[in-house]
Design a protein around this ligand. Structure first.
Ligand SMILES: Cc1cc2nc3c(=O)[nH]c(=O)nc-3n(C[C@H](O)[C@H](O)[C@H](O)COP(=O)(O)OP(=O)(O)OC[C@H]3O[C@@H](n4cnc5c(N)ncnc54)[C@H](O)[C@@H]3O)c2cc1C
Length: 358
């Protein structure tokens, strides 16, 4: 039997929550499908727990500055396991609280992995759901690395649960998340190395700011190598070994842990976009222009600024249209620039979007 809703939201992260709330507030019947813990990356495996570690690193930084203010302090001792336990405490109970909040608002939570079985039709286990609107807000996952020994890599999720402070930690990739963690570990006393493939760290940020961050990283003891080609991660006696080419030379680096810092990619695993009749190129989903009737939407890590994961073009053939739900300011503005409709904000022009995103 097919269960009918006004809207189905796939994913219970920041994006899905915002959209489901807006739809429910507008009086729509809403089903939210979640395959993991309710709340998604930011509060459970991303921003929030990470900030607990960053806050501790900032305190260590302030303590290091004490002599400048003529304050004598002893060398601080960080209990890493206790810090991780504190950070875990910020996450505990959060999925249950989100689930309760959804229930209170009359949003039906359906647990399981969603897959399209037809246009605007989704299966979750044995259940089949249908709706006028389906919103894809399934977020992102760590970028898989196709090198021998990739199975030894840890991700940000592992880091946030790592109760033992490693002596030597290597990040492959020097993006924002890697840099933040690198600074936390360096302050905590770990020997940190960043191996970045591109000519510089943080390629999307202003060179001036990046130069400052690079210099500060080295000042606190982080070793940074750019233009690196990592070939392999090997398990050796006493830990791991990263094998790479840098400035034309083959090199090796010993490590206790090697983290994947190469960024994240959209999570479309098992969604079967083709069965949903959704046009896409790899992980980029085609999005219809706002003149057409909205049907299926994308939101969250799909439509970050700049909009890497959407294909902004009017579709030629009949197809379930896609549309963007209101979320972060960048998302709304991006949607406006691309001429898409917006669920959460309901703007018609980029100027209105600017106003609503304030
Ligand atoms: C370590 C880390 C630190 C970060 N720090 C910051 C920060 O400081 N500031 C900031 O702005 N951003 C930060 N981010 C990014 C931020 O977490 C994401 O941009 C945000 O969480 C994206 O929200 P979302 O709703 O798009 O996806 P998510 O929160 O990932 O939610 C997607 C949900 O969909 C579920 N799902 C996936 N596929 C299916 C399926 N087929 N069926 C059912 N459910 C499915 C997933 O289980 C997940 O719960 C950080 C990310 C990480 C990893």
């Amino acid at each position: 039997m097919t269960e009918a809703y006004d809207a189905i939201v796939l994913g219970s992260g920041n994006a899905g929550m915002a959209a489901a709330g807006a739809l429910r507030a507008a009086g729509k019947s809403v089903a939210m499908v979640e395959s993991w813990d309710v709340g998604g990356t930011c509060p459970l495996r991303g921003c929030v727990p990470k900030k607990v570690l960053v806050a501790a690193a900032q305190v260590l930084h302030q303590i290091a500055l004490a002599p400048q203010h003529h304050i004598e302090v002893d060398a601080p001792r960080l209990d890493w396991a206790a810090l991780i336990a504190r950070e875990r405490g910020f996450v505990e109970g959060v999925p249950e609280a989100f689930a309760k909040s959804l229930e209170g608002r009359g949003i039906e939570l359906i647990r399981g992995r969603a897959r399209f079985t037809g246009p605007a039709r989704v299966a979750v286990g044995a259940r089949v759901l249908e709706a006028d609107k389906v919103l894809i807000a399934t977020g992102s996952k760590p970028r898989p690395l196709a090198i021998p020994g990739a199975e030894h890599l840890i991700t940000s999720e592992d880091i946030l649960e790592m109760a033992e402070l490693p002596e030597r930690l290597v990040f492959i990739g020097g993006g924002v998340i890697a840099l933040e963690f690198a600074h936390v570990f360096a302050r905590a006393g770990t020997k940190v190395t960043i191996l970045e493939a591109l000519p510089r760290l943080l390629p999307r940020l202003y060179p001036y700011s990046v130069a400052k961050i690079h210099a500060e990283s080295e000042r606190i003891g982080i070793e940074v190598a750019t233009g690196v080609e990592v070939k392999e991660i090997a398990k050796v006696e006493g830990g791991l070994e990263v094998r790479f080419v840098h400035e034309g030379e083959h090199k090796t680096l010993a490590a206790d842990r090697v983290a994947n810092g190469t960024g994240r990619v959209p999570d479309l695993d098992g969604l079967d976009l083709a069965a949903g009749g959704i046009e896409h190129e790899g992980t980029r989903i085609a999005v219809r222009m706002m003149t057409e009737e909205p049907f299926t939407g994308v939101e969250g890590d799909y439509v970050q600024f700049p909009p890497r994961n959407v294909i902004p073009k009017p579709l030629q053939k009949p197809h379930p249209p896609l549309w963007v739900a209101g979320g972060r300011r960048e998302t709304v503005l991006t949607a406006a620039r691309l001429g898409m409709g917006s669920l959460g904000f309901g703007f018609e022009t980029p100027e209105e979007a600017e106003e609503q995103a304030e």
